[in-house]
Design a protein around this ligand. Structure first.
Ligand SMILES: Cc1ncc(COP(=O)(O)O)c(C=O)c1O
Length: 397
């Protein structure tokens, strides 16, 4: 674990899939289980809230967001993760994001800047970002833009896909500016336990790097709410230094097109990063922030959403024998050769899925850990999903 990667660059898995399927006609009316774009109904309050705040489209939004946005988010985090004893300060620990993707990308630039003094003092040539493999492509894009070396970490089912930093060479940890880690993980649906978060936080503080915890699937779980990185930090009791958590309404509230999310955590990082964001990052429009205030104040639509996913995972168990993941909305199926299966599903059944290899980089030895797998996004309505699963059962045998 922890060996530098090959020089391969991450490419959007959707682009790769388009290229691979080009010229192949679908064997039936297409069903898209490739893109992780929730197709459940959007909450009924979205339209009225935008209408009531329409005038805010006439103003440039501030990068720090509205007071209402930050205090609503801080209160939601305190409730969700039991932070009453060390609450989130809405003034210094929260920023709105135009969806979590841009925040995850920009965070790498902030981490590189944060590392700058140490880089100059120690003459370290190539600072490192640690990524579990597979990973969400925006992490690699951020690392690339910030000129960081990507080091891939093995993280298998035995650790719920969480990396063990005890296995990473000290020479690499000394150069590390940040670790990206998701929980629930995309694509496997693994969920970090509090002890996993605690170990990662302790390592990050020992070596003074940032943890970028991608918790955008935190509300999509089968029965037990995933513990969060802030919860683990609160239990340690030394504040939120070295930690940022990224959240989004895209999955929680079926609003991928709204582009609303937030980041919370380390106030020193947020203060420095705000300088950069103020000049370059996309702001979140006022009416969109108003929707977010309504969405983080309502759990009923989120519970309904979870119930829909749970019903579809029950169907997948029945029809494909697939095990439900603990969190998230993907099936991660071992089919022997994910790319071959994806092409066959498209050609013979019109079902679009993503080969696992497209979500990974080859490790130092040249192996691609995603090769045997197929990612299936369970994002369509029940009827469409049932039809797609029927076709998949036929093709995959
Ligand atoms: C693991 C992971 N992180 C972040 C995102 C970004 O989501 P958004 O920018 O819509 O919040 C996605 C989207 O699919 C994702 O799968």
């Amino acid at each position: 674990m922890g060996a530098p990667t090959s020089a391969a660059k991450a490419i959007s898995p959707f682009q790769k899939l388009n290229d691979r399927l080009a010229g192949i006609a679908p064997g039936a009316a297409p069903v898209n289980l490739g893109l992780g774009e929730p197709q459940h109904p959007i909450p009924s309050f979205v339209g009225p809230v935008i209408a009531a705040n329409l005038d805010l489209f006439g103003r440039y939004p501030a990068i720090r967001g509205t007071d209402a946005f930050r205090s609503t988010v801080a209160a939601w985090l305190d409730r969700r993760y039991g932070l009453a004893a060390s609450p989130i300060d809405p003034e210094t620990m929260v920023l709105p994001l135009n969806g979590s993707r841009e925040g995850l990308f920009f965070a790498a630039l902030g981490a590189r800047e944060r590392f700058g003094a140490r880089e100059r003092a120690t003459g370290i040539e190539r600072p490192v970002v640690l990524l579990p493999n597979p990973f969400y492509q925006a992490y690699a894009a951020g690392a690339e833009a910030a000129g960081l070396e990507i080091v891939l970490l093995d993280a298998g089912p035995e650790t719920r896909f969480m990396p063990d930093l005890g296995l990473v060479a000290p020479e690499i940890l000394a150069r590390t500016v940040a670790l990206y880690v998701a929980s629930p993980t995309n694509p496997q649906g693994g969920v970090a336990r509090l002890a996993d978060w605690t170990a990662l936080i302790q390592a990050a503080r020992r070596h003074d790097f940032m943890i970028f915890a991608d918790e955008c699937y935190s509300e999509i779980y089968r029965s037990v709410p995933p513990p969060g990185v802030l919860e683990a930090a609160a239990a340690i009791g030394a504040g939120f230094a070295n930690i940022l958590t990224f959240h989004s309404l895209s999955k929680r509230s079926n609003l991928p097109g709204l582009r609303a999310g937030f980041v919370a955590g380390d106030p020193a990082f947020i203060a420095a990063w705000t300088r950069l964001r103020n000049m370059a990052a996309p702001q979140v429009p006022g009416p969109i922030q108003a929707v977010a205030v309504a969405a983080y104040g309502d759990e009923a639509h989120v519970a309904e959403n979870r119930a829909l996913y749970n019903a579809k995972f029950a169907l997948a168990r029945e029809m494909l024998g697939a095990e439900e993941p603990e969190g998230g909305f993907f099936l991660w199926l071992n089919v022997g050769d994910g790319e071959e299966a994806a092409v066959r599903l498209w050609r013979e059944a019109g079902v679009r899925t993503i080969p696992g290899a497209y979500l990974c980089l080859p490790s130092a030895g040249g192996d691609n850990p995603g090769r045997p797998y197929l990612r299936v996004a369970m994002v369509q309505d029940i009827e469409t999903t049932t039809e797609a699963l029927r076709r998949m059962a036929r093709v995959l045998g």
